[in-house]
Design a protein around this ligand. Sequence first.
Ligand SMILES: C/C=C/C(=O)SCCNC(=O)CCNC(=O)[C@H](O)C(C)(C)COP(=O)(O)OP(=O)(O)OC[C@H]1O[C@@H](n2cnc3c(N)ncnc32)[C@H](O)[C@@H]1OP(=O)(O)O
Length: 280
Amino acid sequence: MSDSTPQAPIVLREDTDGVAILSFNRPDRNNSWSVPMELEYYRLLRECADDPAVRVIVVTGAGRSFCPGMDTSALADQVADPTLTTEPHKRAPITTPRSIRKPIIAAINGACAGIGLIAAMNCDIRFLSSKAKVTCAFSQRGIMAEHGLAFTLPREIGTSRALDLLFSSRIVMGQEALDLGLVDRVYEPEELMPRTLEYARGLAANSSPVAMGVIKQQVYEALETTHEEARTMAIRWWYDTLRNHHDFKEGVTSYLEKRPPAFAPWDPATSTVPAPLPED
Ligand SMILES: C/C=C/C(=O)SCCNC(=O)CCNC(=O)[C@H](O)C(C)(C)COP(=O)(O)OP(=O)(O)OC[C@H]1O[C@@H](n2cnc3c(N)ncnc32)[C@H](O)[C@@H]1OP(=O)(O)O
């Protein structure tokens, strides 16, 4: 499995107006997934998570492809020697993006398959180029639904639709991907990054970082709790974090003063688990 030279990082980071853009960059292998690329992707995600200047993260692919799955040469190596393993269970979980309390938007600019689709599904929101081909690919390679796709895909698009895509590995594009709920918006290729960045910059400028961070944690936790537990957690977040936060005051005051809000940078490490509700 070859990777780019040290002069060309295998994941690029570029920052603009509170938005960090991370781009998969293995041009010689069409941005297919490799363990070094995965490790660098997670390292950069953590770097962005800890950087108060970053309010929103965009994940995309350099060049024509997003990520067409595991590098087929690595798959071929495993076919030749089944004892070879990349031991994914010993690496950071591919769900890492969901634990980062900043919005992460996938801008799917081209081929998106296998673990590339899983990476996109672990982002919070997905925008798609109308020319990009999306496929699970696993059934056609003789592989099960990898890395928790059996969890995320049915929750996003429904059980029978997920099974259709997983059984058939058929290619989905544009309007169909939107209709399925696999992606949230579709743009012409030349519009994808400008429109994604317009949206991301809007979040960075107009939405409170602490509110977005808490909302993200609430929504993913609520996938695995009861309605009542989700309601209780909202109350705990209110008392513990938001009620006395600068951004609540600023959000209300700026509206009343008819001016744009100036929300404070937020360090997610300062607030992780809200305190229990006070006893009556
Ligand atoms: C643990 C995780 C496991 C997995 O992820 S298993 C799944 C592995 N992935 C796949 O099996 C997908 C294989 N690729 C495809 O089926 C297609 O691509 C797509 C449908 C995703 C996209 O189709 P299109 O946009 O028409 O691109 P194109 O012309 O098929 O490919 C362009 C170039 O990209 C190379 N490429 C595609 N996928 C991979 C890959 N996974 N690893 C390495 N190279 C890949 C091709 O060979 C070709 O190259 P050249 O232009 O030199 O002919």
